[in-house]
Each structure stands twice: as structure tokens, then as C-alpha cells.
Design a protein around this ligand. Structure first.
Ligand SMILES: Nc1ncnc2c1ncn2[C@@H]1O[C@H](COP(=O)(O)OP(=O)(O)OP(=O)(O)O)[C@@H](O)[C@H]1O
Ligand SMILES: N[C@@H](CCO)C(=O)O
Length: 324
């Protein structure tokens, strides 16, 4: 579940009153998501009928100093017609406000649902939407370093320790050591960079039929290798959840959809195998760290690191899936 903070009806109505969106009609906590508290808000609107919004309260995992980057990016992408939620600014023009010591933001509600077993046509649309995001983000004037790249993964893995990794799976420490050595040695340094989403999993994409209606949850977005974002999205979409089954039709459709909007260069395609090993390592390292360090009584459901260890093994054994 993801409503960590209780907000009373009066506090919510007062908060909504700070925006020009009409009066609060209802507020429902949203169960999905693990990082922040989210509510679906309905208001009377300002003339053309009721309106829906998403209210997010940042619960500590997101650095508040970075909110102007994340929220400014949403507005930049929305201006360029990307399917992302626009930030609703309050009457003073601010994109976020404070309730006690927590930042809150109101964003546009987008229709659609997250798919759990995408079709090839849906994967193609997701690839195209990701490419559109990369093109639209190219001239975003703010930047943010990726603190979850090579050095970040190394820090998380060291934080787990060999014993911690062994408590997840006896072979995990060996796999991680071997793969980190390859990834660090072969990580490309000369590929095009831009602002990337960096976490475009199926639960961060809203769809209606085969169309992408929303790209959400930009709180890992950062400046990094563009093709790495393709690799992240590939790792997130092209396997069964547990990482045991690779879906080649989804892979082909995702890459074809991407290239229909932003063709990949030869150098980018050639780098995809190591970028995909890095992408798998990214989610393996954060999941392993959380697996070991999340208290047993925490409300969050821990995500299985082995699902990405299996993807890592797959990418190491099958560099040909990207057609390089
Ligand atoms: N703009 C939006 N329009 C419609 N629904 C949204 C929107 N933003 C979020 N949601 C809904 O709220 C849920 C939780 O949002 P989100 O994934 O951003 O939560 P989080 O806790 O920040 O994320 P995470 O679990 O990835 O850390 C989503 O799964 C989606 O159902
Ligand atoms: N999408 C990530 C969680 C956010 O980093 C995962 O599935 O591990």
C-alpha cells in the first residue's frame, strides 16, 4: 500500500483551496506505488465539470531539493505533447507546497491502466513513446546526475556484502562480482546523453488499448546515456516478471517502436548488450540492498532481486538479442 501519512478532510480541503481547481469533492488513497503517498483527488472543477488530479506526498526517498528538476521536466515534456502529467501550480505559481515537513504536489490525472502482460503492439507504442520522450527532453535546461549508475551500484553491492548476497542466493555474490567487472570495464563513455526516465517499468506506463496515455513516476530521471534508457526499458518489459522467460516478440516490437521515432546509431546498438547488463545490475543492486535492509515489519512488499539476476545472466549469455 502507499498511503503512509493520514491527511484529514479539513487539511485536504485547505490544501486543494490553494490551487485554482475548484473545491474538493473526494480523495481516495491509492494502493499502488511504494515510495510516496498518493491520492486520487476529485474537485468540482472550474467550469467544465468535475476534474481529477493525483496528489503526491514525498515520503523521504525523493530529495526535495530535486523537485524543481522533476516537476519542471514534467511541464517541459507536457508542453512538447509527450503523454506525461502536467504539474498544477498553486495560486502563487509554486509547483509544490509543504504540509508540515513534507512536500506535496498536485499533478494532472491521466486515464489508462498499467499492463502486466504487454502485447507486441503495446510494446511498440512504449518504445515509440520512450523515443519521443528522449527527443523532447533534449533541450530541457536543467540537469541531474544519475546517482544510480556504476558507482551507485558498486556502493549498494558493497553495502550488501558477500554474506548478504549469499543470504539471497548462494551463487549471487559470484555472479555480481563477475558481471560488475565486465560492466565496469566495458561501460561506454562516448554515446549520446540526454535526460532519461531511468525507470520505465510497466507500472510507470498507463495505456488504453495499444496507445500510451501516460508516462509517470519521473523521480529517477536524470542525465545519462540515452541508449541505457532503452536497455532499462528492455529489461523491464521483455521478460516474465520472475525473469525466467524472455519474450523475443516484445523485444523486437519495443526496439522497432523506438527506432520508428529515434533510430539508434550503430555505436548505440553495439553497446546495448553491456548497457542491458548494466540495467539488470541497477535493479538487482537496489532490490538486493532493499531485500537485506528493509525491516520485516515494513509495509512495503520487497521486490525479488533474483528476477534481475536472471535477466543479467540472460543478457550475458545472449548479446545477439539486440541484433548487433
Ligand atoms: N498522473 C497520473 N494519472 C493517473 N494515475 C496516476 C498518475 N500518477 C500516479 N498514478 C497512479 O498512482 C500509482 C502510484 O504512483 P507512482 O508509481 O508514481 O507511486 P510511487 O510510490 O511514487 O512509485 P514507485 O512505486 O515506483 O516508487 C500509479 O500506479 C498509478 O496507478
Ligand atoms: N522499478 C524498480 C523500483 C524503483 O526503482 C524495480 O522494479 O525494482
Amino acid at each position: 500500500m502507499a498511503v503512509y501519512t493520514q491527511l484529514g478532510a479539513e487539511a485536504l480541503a485547505a490544501l486543494i483551496g490553494e490551487f485554482s481547481v475548484g473545491e474538493l469533492v473526494s480523495a481516495k488513497g491509492i494502493a499502488e506505488g511504494v515510495s510516496n503517498s498518493n491520492w486520487l483527488i476529485e474537485t468540482t472543477g472550474t467550469g467544465s465539470g468535475p476534474k481529477r488530479f493525483i496528489l503526491t506526498m514525498f515520503e523521504g526517498r525523493t530529495e526535495v531539493a530535486e523537485l524543481p528538476f522533476f516537476l519542471g521536466l514534467l511541464d517541459h515534456l507536457a508542453d512538447k505533447k509527450c503523454p506525461v502529467p502536467r504539474t498544477i501550480h498553486d495560486r502563487t505559481g509554486a509547483s509544490f507546497r509543504w504540509i508540515d515537513d513534507k512536500a506535496v504536489t498536485l499533478i494532472e490525472f491521466l486515464p489508462g491502466v498499467s499492463v502486466s502482460e504487454p502485447t507486441a503492439a503495446q510494446a511498440r507504442s512504449v518504445g515509440a513513446a520512450l523515443a519521443g520522450l528522449h527527443l523532447a527532453a533534449a533541450d530541457f535546461p536543467q540537469s541531474r546526475a544519475n546517482d544510480l549508475s556504476l558507482a551507485g551500484w558498486r556502493g549498494l553491492i558493497d553495502g550488501c556484502g558477500a554474506e548478504g548476497l549469499a543470504s539471497i542466493d548462494p551463487a549471487l555474490a559470484g555472479l555480481v562480482a563477475r558481471e560488475m567487472a565486465v560492466i565496469e570495464a566495458e561501460w561506454p563513455t562516448d554515446l549520446p546523453r540526454s535526460i532519461i526516465h531511468a525507470d520505465l517499468f510497466p507500472d510507470n506506463v498507463l495505456m488504453l488499448g495499444e496507445s500510451v496515455t501516460g508516462l509517470i513516476d519521473f523521480y529517477f530521471s536524470c542525465h545519462d546515456i540515452i541508449a541505457y534508457d532503452v536497455a532499462v526499458t528492455h529489461a523491464a518489459w521483455c521478460f516474465s516478471g520472475d525473469g525466467r522467460v524472455f519474450h523475443s516478440d516484445i523485444s523486437e516490437a519495443l526496439l522497432a517502436g523506438y527506432e520508428s521515432v529515434r533510430p539508434l546509431s550503430y555505436a548505440e546498438i553495439a553497446a546495448l548488450p553491456v548497457l542491458a547488463r548494466g540495467a539488470a545490475m541497477r535493479f538487482l543492486s537496489t532490490r538486493a540492498y532493499d531485500w537485506i535492509n528493509t525491516p520485516p515489519d515494513a509495509l512495503v512488499v520487497k521486490k525479488d532481486p533474483m528476477a534481475f539476476a536472471r535477466r543479467l545472466q540472460f543478457y550475458a549469455a545472449n548479446p545477439g538479442v539486440f541484433g548487433a
